[in-house]
Write a protein that binds this ligand. Structure first.
Ligand code: 26V
Length: 813
């Protein structure tokens, strides 16, 4: 650590010299970033070593969070923040004529995730380390993360993400910890000494090499590990090579290494691709092998030692993507550690816990039997045995109820059902918000809940207030600290003390000024990026998230179109000026979502260039939504759009980030919106639309006819017609698919049904914003009651309620 700015400056300059053989003056911004990060990494490394040592000595239980995705974003700023070094570095650099923010901007986002699920994993890592919890991440080091989105002529265009291009300072390659993962081949059972042994032959070995990223806790010495696995091969096919067939040798190498090349960019719509199943088994197997190896070093390697594995290790699976952890842990315990089936099953069932993140039926993972059999023969054997035993238990309880047994089986209708495997193979299943957990228990997984009533709980999501409030919005953080003291940083519940100041005129003015500054920062970015000037006095109305039919960007867009129509009809219409800001990526093959992007951009083109409306409204679609861009947009938001069809959004986490930054939610009673409403009270949120129960009743019993709504709402009818009647400057069939999804398939997501209420809710937003005192008090209350949505709360609920792990306070030696 640096005692002073002077000491820091000297170390920084020396680092540039030793790394690059350059003086400070000669160095580029990129070199300075590398030098600063390297310096910080060295400080982290000491604590990392100490953490690992003390974890081993303490022998306390550890948790491993298995996730296909970790959407980390940038680490320099958050590491400095958690180390408490932001100030000294920022000031020291300033004296050298360098802006810290400029160096931070050099870092490529680690975009190893699609959206909510991956970012949640990153927030959890931050909270585990900051709560002194021995908790680590296990995932894949994708060579290419989430694609880079360009908007060309209003359409999404995908470019490969090349985040490793300039190297990644935060990772350490641990070649001595590599393990082998076996694919394909065949498995024979042979009897040896009275035991059945599985012999796996003719398999394709892939070398899994771990890259470790340190996860720095805030204001403590804890540094945990995110271990990301990379597929490599050292068995270059020398026979082909020496015969001169270079191409074949290289081909094989690339095909094996393909496993960790690319993140699948489809959330909520898994494709049954072999490579994806390969990725899942790859990191699950590598991760478990390495955990068992470490366990044996610390706790002993006899079968009896492994029989109490679950007392020292918890493994959490983030959705079903790592659900092969169930059969893989069985395999390791039986085939490699000589436990019998019952012992292995006892350990496995008590080690693994599972979070469900979606109930969209199309997102529930299932794999064709044939694929599992050929790619993972040993996994298939074990799943099959698990299935037979589970079905037998079901038969005991429900004799003759074939339909129920089929609906719960691990293998049925030609597929392996991963959610069933995850529920059966774990001791805990949770949803991510109250309403979502209840739907799991009472609808989607009702038969499982009946069979395992104690297995199901709720753990409402949270986000790290360190990144999403303190770091993203430093001025707001300073203001909060000046008002209620610094305690909220370690105890986000203390934000509630702000409530007393909700009507304090001075604080209201200051909150407004901070928001204004953030809006200006965003407006500058938009001006620079897109050449569009936006009114910083307008309401910044923000919908940033993946583009998906159920999230209903279409509802927002249709309302904008309606507002535009009304402004055209009556240029004197008295509304607060508003800037509608969208950002988000569509899955590559998701045709409808891609057209929704084009629809928003078409609206932008029409509205932003129509002098008749006097600049009262503008529409902006910011390209390439990412963690870093979110950190820029969210602090500038006045209004948070959380308008999914009730029952569809498991939780949402953007809703929490926006609330924490003082935005007012306009939203449906879906996901965590309901709990946000409960926290802030009805006066500090604007709720509209069908409830989850109403939506589910329509699905079950019918009774919704989109035409009734369409024919009875002339404003809505006009906007819907404008999609296809040549009103918009695109080819007449451009938005057929959007129109079709609304009008021809009876509006599956109730866009038209909720439209009128949404328009009323938007008017309320407009009127509330007009009463600035009232608005600012609402903003303060939203910040005040966001403490519950800090991931520190969520993670401690997991630690106490599920993982049964205790903090281990790391001493500085
Ligand atoms: C993810 C992926 C990623 C790789 C490609 C295939 C595939 C298929 C399905 C999924 C599931 C995504 C589920 C998900 O992201 N759920 C979101 O989880 C958030 C954190 O709990 C929650 O806030 C969101 O409401 C929920 O949609």
């Amino acid at each position: 650590m640096f005692e002073s700015k002077e000491q820091f400056k000297q170390a920084f300059i020396e680092k540039i010299q030793t790394l690059f053989g350059q003086s400070l003056e000669e160095s580029s911004t990129a070199a300075r970033y590398v030098a600063l990060s390297t310096l910080i990494r060295e400080i982290i490394s000491k604590r990392w070593y100490q953490s690992n040592q003390q974890y081993s000595i303490s022998k306390e239980k550890q948790v491993y969070y298995f996730s296909m995705e970790f959407l980390l974003g940038r680490l320099l700023g958050s590491n400095l923040f958690n180390l408490g070094m932001t100030e000294v570095c920022c000031q020291g650099l300033k004296e050298l004529g360098i802006e810290l923010t400029e160096l931070e901007a050099v870092e490529h986002d680690a975009g190893l995730g699609n959206g909510g699920l991956g970012r949640l994993a990153a927030c959890f890592l931050d909270s585990m380390a900051s709560l002194h919890l021995p908790g680590h991440g296990t995932g894949i080091r994708f060579r290419h993360g989430m694609f880079e989105q360009k908007i060309v002529d209003g359409y999404q265009v995908e470019l490969p993400d090349n985040w490793l291009r300039d190297g990644y300072v935060w990772e350490t390659r641990k070649v001595d910890r590599a393990v082998t993962v076996k694919f394909g081949g065949n498995v024979q059972m042979e009897e040896q000494g009275g035991r059945l042994i599985a012999i796996h032959e003719n398999y394709e070995p892939v070398l899994a090499v771990p890259y470790d990223v340190p996860i720095v806790g805030a204001n403590c010495n804890t540094v945990n590990t995110l271990r990301l696995w990379s597929a490599e091969t050292n068995n270059f096919d020398f026979s082909s090579f020496s015969k001169g067939d270079f191409l074949k040798a290289v081909e094989e190498k690339y095909s094996l290494e393909a496993t960790s090349q690319i993140l699948y960019p489809d959330d909520n719509y898994p494709e049954g691709k072999t490579l994806r199943l390969k990725q899942q088994y790859f990191f699950v197997s590598a991760g478990l092998q390495s955990i068992v190896r470490r366990y044996k070093r610390t706790h002993g390697g006899s079968p009896a030692d492994l029989g109490i594995f679950h007392k020292k290790i918890a493994i959490h699976i983030n959705d079903t993507h790592p659900a092969l952890a169930v059969p893989e842990l069985m395999r390791i315990l039986m085939d490699e550690e000589s436990l019998d089936w019952d012992q292995a099953w006892h350990v496995t069932r008590n080690t693994i816990s599972y979070t469900n993140h979606t109930i969209l039926p199309e997102a529930l993972e299932k794999w064709p039997i044939e694929l599992v059999k050929t790619l993972l023969p040993r996994m298939y054997m074990i799943i099959n045995e698990l299935n037979e035993r589970f079905c037998a238990a079901l038969w005991q309880r429900y004799p003759g109820d074939w339909e129920r047994i089929r609906s719960m089986a691990l293998i049925a209708d030609g597929y392996v059902h991963m959610a069933h495997l995850a529920v059966v193979g774990s001791y805990s299943v949770n949803g991510v918000a109250e309403v979502h957990s209840n739907i799991l228990k009472n609808e989607v997984m009702a038969p499982f809940h009946e069979f395992f009533p104690y297995r199901f709980t709720n753990k409402t999501n949270g986000v790290t207030h360190r990144r999403w409030l303190a770091k993203a919005n430093p001025q707001l953080a300073a203001l909060i600290t000046a008002t209620i003291g610094p305690g909220w940083m370690a105890h986000p519940d203390e934000l509630a003390n702000l409530h007393r100041f909700a009507h304090d005129g001075a604080l209201q003015n200051e909150i407004k000024a901070v928001k204004q500054a953030n809006k200006e920062r965003l407006a500058n970015y938009i001006q620079a990026k897109m050449g569009i000037a936006i009114d910083v006095g307008s309401i910044f109305d923000v919908q940033v998230k993946r583009i998906h039919a159920y999230k209903r960007q279409t509802l927002n867009a249709l309302h904008i179109l309606d507002l535009y129509n009304r402004l055209k009809a009556d240029p004197g219409l008295d509304i607060e000026p508003r800037t509608f800001i969208f950002a988000g990526k569509s899955a590559t093959g998701y045709y409808l979502a891609k057209r929704i992007i084009k629809f928003i951009n078409t609206l932008a083109q029409v509205i932003n260039n129509d002098p008749a409306i006097g600049g009262k409204i503008k529409v902006i679609f910011l390209e390439n939504y990412s963690v870093s861009l979110a950190e820029l947009i969210i602090p500038a938001a006045d209004v948070s759009e959380q308008i999914s069809t009730a029952s569809k959004e498991a939780s949402g986490t953007g809703n929490m980030k926006l609330m924490m930054n003082g935005a007012i939610t306009i939203g449906t009673l879906d996901g965590a919106n309901i709990e946000i409403k409960d926290e802030v009270g009805d006066d500090n949120i604007v709720i509209f639309g069908l409830t989850a129960e109403q939506v589910m009743n329509y699905y079950k019993y019918g009774g919704y006819n989109v035409l009734d709504v369409y024919n009875n709402n002339p404003r809505l009818k006009l906007a819907v017609d404008q999609l296809i009647n040549g009103f918009l400057p695109v080819s007449p069939d451009e938005f057929d698919c959007i129109h079709h999804s609304l009008m021809r398939t009876n509006d599956e997501y109730f866009v038209l049904k909720d439209f009128a209420n949404y328009a009323v809710a938007q008017e309320r937003i407009n009127n509330l914003y007009g009463k600035q005192r009232c608005w600012q008090s609402m903003a303060i209350n939203n910040i005040a009651f966001s403490g519950r949505f800090a991931s520190d709360r969520t993670v401690s609920e997991y630690a106490i309620g599920i993982w049964k792990i205790k903090p281990v306070v790391i001493r500085e030696n």
